[in-house]
Design a binder for this molecule. Structure first.
Ligand SMILES: [Zn+2]
Length: 549
C-alpha cells in the first residue's frame, strides 16, 4: 500500500505525467488509442529525461485491459503487475551490463514463445548503444522478423552509437532536456507531497544544476532532504553542490571587471570571514576572468560552465576591456597565497592593483625571469603596466589563447588550477590540494547519481596506501556511491579522473563513518518509503539494522 502510493508520487504513471516531453508522449498516446502500435521503438535523449519511465508506461498501455485514451488505467492486473515489477511479459535488459549481452543472445531463442499472460511481450533494452557487435547482430535478427506478440523499446542516450540497421527498423522518438520551468514545478510538487519546505531559490538551484535531467533533480532533492532535513534553503543546496565558492568568485570577477574596488574588497572579506579556502577563491576568480577574456576575444568554444554561469560570464564580458582583463588575470594569478592561505591580503592587493588606472608608461627594464616559472613581480606598487610591449589600452589584436610573449606565467592557467603552484609530491598532500578538483571533475559522472555531489558529503577523505578512503556520514549517500561504483563504465571514468588529478592510479573506496550513528543515522535510514508511510500516519514499531547489502 505504502510503496504504491509512493510510486505514484515519484514515478509518472501515465504518458501525460511524463514531464517536459509532450510531443513524444502525445504521439505515443494517439498510437495506442488508435491501435497503431509499432513493433520497435527507439527512445533517444539525455539521461534522466523519462525514457525508461515512458517505456514502462507504454508497456502498460499496450497490455492494459481497459485503456483510457491511449493511457493505462493503472488498475487492471496487467498494469498493476508491471507497476510492481513482477510482470513476466515485461523483460528489461540493461545494455550496459554484461548480463544484458547474454540476455540479448538468449532473446532470439525465446522470442517466438507466446506471452505468458499479456497480449504483448515487451522488451525494454536500456542503454542499447552499449551492446556489443554480437549482441547488436542478435538484436537485429529479431527486429527483422519480430513475431506479432513482441514489442521492442530501445532506449539510448547516444543514438549515434546505435547501428543504422537497428535505427532504420525502429520508430524513433527524441526526448529533450526537461525545461527549467517544468522541472522547478515538478520539484515543488514533490516537496509539497513530501512535506518539505523548500525556498524557491533552493528549488531553482537544484533544477539548474540538474541540467535537464529530472531524475538528477529528484535525486539531488532527496539527497538534500537526507542531509538537511525538510526545510531547505538556497545556501544549503549551494553547499551540497559545492557552488558556494563559484558564486562568490563570479561576484568578485564581476567587481574586478567593473573596477568596483569597494564591493570587491567586501566580497573577499565575506569569503574570508566564512572560513572558506581563499586559494580556491583565487583559482576560481582567475578562471572566471580567463573565461571572460575568452568570451571577449570571441574564442570561447567550450567553457564548461552551466548555462546560467555562461550567461553571466557573457554579460560581464560585454562590459570588459581586454587590456584590463589581462592586467587583472596577471594580478590574480600571481597573488602569492602559498605561505598563508588564510590571509585575504594578496587577493585584496590583486584587486586594487588591477583596478588602478594605468600609469604613464615607464620604460622599465623587462622583468628578470626566474627558472622556476614563478613571477618575479608581485608587488602591486611595481605593477603599473611594466610590460613595454603592451602599454596601451587598445591592443586586442593578440590572440589571448596564445602564450604571452614575456614568458611570465601565462595568465591562462590550465583548467581549474593555478599553474604557478606546483603540486605537492607527497600523495596525501596532493590529495588534499586536488580533492576539490576531483569533485568538480566528477560533477557529471555517474549513471543514476552524480558522484561529485555524492562524494561532497563524505567527510575526512584520506589516503590509505593506494586507496582513497571516503567516509560517508549518511548511509543513503554511501549506498549511492557503492551503486555507482558497481558500474564498470562509471568506475573507469572515476579512475581516469583520479589518475589525472593525482598523477597515479588510486582506488577510491567508500565507508560508512562510525561517528554519526546517532540521530543522523536514524534519519538516513528513513527512506522515502518510511517517510511516506509516516505522512500517512504510520508509526515505526521495529527497526532493524542491515549492514550487508
Ligand atoms: Zn490497465
Amino acid at each position: 500500500m505504502t510503496s504504491k502510493v509512493l510510486y505514484r508520487k515519484w514515478r509518472p504513471q501515465r504518458l501525460t505525467d511524463v514531464v517536459g516531453q509532450e510531443s513524444v508522449t502525445q504521439t505515443l498516446q494517439r498510437a495506442v488509442a488508435t491501435n497503431r502500435i509499432s513493433h520497435a521503438y527507439l527512445l533517444c535523449g539525455p539521461r534522466g529525461t523519462g525514457k525508461t519511465s515512458t517505456a514502462r508506461i507504454l508497456a502498460k498501455a499496450v497490455n492494459c485491459t481497459s485503456p483510457v485514451d491511449g493511457e493505462p488505467d493503472n488498475t487492471c492486473d496487467a498494469c498493476v503487475s508491471i507497476s510492481e515489477g513482477r510482470a513476466l511479459d515485461l523483460i528489461e535488459i540493461d545494455g550496459a551490463s554484461n548480463r544484458g549481452i547474454d540476455d540479448i543472445r538468449s532473446l532470439s531463442d525465446k522470442i517466438n514463445f507466446a506471452p505468458n499472460e499479456f497480449r504483448y511481450k515487451v522488451y525494454i533494452v536500456d542503454e542499447v548503444h552499449m551492446l556489443t557487435e554480437q549482441a547488436f547482430n542478435a538484436l537485429l535478427k529479431t527486429l527483422e522478423e519480430p513475431p506479432d506478440h513482441a514489442i521492442f523499446i530501445l532506449a539510448t542516450t547516444e543514438a549515434h552509437k546505435v547501428p543504422l540497421t537497428i535505427i532504420s527498423r525502429c520508430q524513433r522518438h527524441d526526448f529533450r532536456r526537461v525545461p527549467l520551468s517544468a522541472m522547478s514545478q515538478k520539484l515543488a510538487e514533490l516537496c509539497e507531497a513530501e512535506s518539505v519546505q523548500a525556498t524557491e531559490e533552493a528549488l531553482e538551484i537544484l533544477a539548474r544544476s540538474a541540467t535537464g535531467s529530472l531524475r538528477d533533480a529528484e535525486n539531488l532533492l532527496e539527497q538534500a532532504v537526507v542531509s538537511y532535513g525538510s526545510s531547505l534553503q538556497g545556501d544549503q543546496i549551494r553547499e551540497m553542490l559545492g557552488l558556494g565558492g563559484d558564486a562568490e568568485a563570479l561576484k568578485l570577477a564581476e567587481h574586478v571587471v567593473a573596477k568596483s574596488v569597494g564591493e570587491g574588497l567586501a566580497t573577499i572579506n565575506e569569503v574570508s570571514n566564512s572560513g572558506a579556502d581563499l586559494r580556491q577563491l583565487q583559482r576560481s576568480v582567475t578562471e572566471f576572468l580567463r573565461a571572460v577574456m575568452l568570451v571577449k576575444s570571441g574564442s570561447a568554444s567550450e567553457l564548461g560552465y552551466s548555462d546560467e554561469v555562461t550567461t553571466k560570464i557573457q554579460e560581464v564580458a560585454s562590459g570588459s576591456e581586454l587590456s584590463h582583463l589581462l592586467k587583472a588575470i596577471k594580478a590574480f594569478s600571481s597573488a602569492d597565497m602559498r605561505h598563508d592561505s588564510s590571509s585575504p591580503l594578496p587577493l585584496e592587493l590583486a584587486l586594487v592593483e588591477s583596478s588602478l588606472a594605468p600609469e604613464p608608461v615607464r620604460q622599465a627594464a623587462p622583468a628578470p625571469q626566474t627558472q622556476n616559472n614563478r613571477p618575479v613581480q608581485q608587488q602591486p606598487a611595481r605593477n603599473a603596466a611594466p610590460n613595454s610591449y603592451q602599454n596601451n589600452n587598445s591592443a586586442p589584436s593578440r590572440p589571448p589563447q596564445q602564450r604571452q610573449p614575456d614568458n611570465r606565467p601565462s595568465p591562462r592557467p590550465p583548467p581549474r588550477r593555478d599553474s604557478s603552484e606546483p603540486l605537492p609530491e607527497d600523495p596525501a598532500a596532493r590529495l588534499t590540494v586536488q580533492w576539490p578538483q576531483i569533485l568538480r571533475d566528477l560533477r557529471n559522472t555517474g549513471n543514476r547519481f552524480k558522484l561529485g555531489p555524492v562524494l561532497r558529503s563524505a567527510k575526512g577523505v584520506s589516503l590509505d596506501g593506494s586507496r582513497i578512503v571516503a567516509p560517508f556520514p549518511h548511509e543513503s549517500h554511501y549506498d549511492r556511491f557503492k551503486g555507482e561504483m558497481d558500474n564498470p563504465g562509471v568506475r573507469r571514468e572515476v579512475s581516469a579522473i583520479i589518475n589525472k588529478a593525482m598523477g597515479a592510479d588510486y582506488e577510491i573506496v567508500g565507508e560508512l563513518s562510525t561517528e554519526n550513528s546517532g540521530p543522523t543515522r536514524k534519519q538516513a535510514n528513513q527512506s522515502h518509503l518510511v517517510r511516506a508511510a509516516q505522512l500517512m500516519g504510520a508509526r515505526i514499531v521495529d527497526q532493524r539494522e542491515d549492514e550487508q547489502s
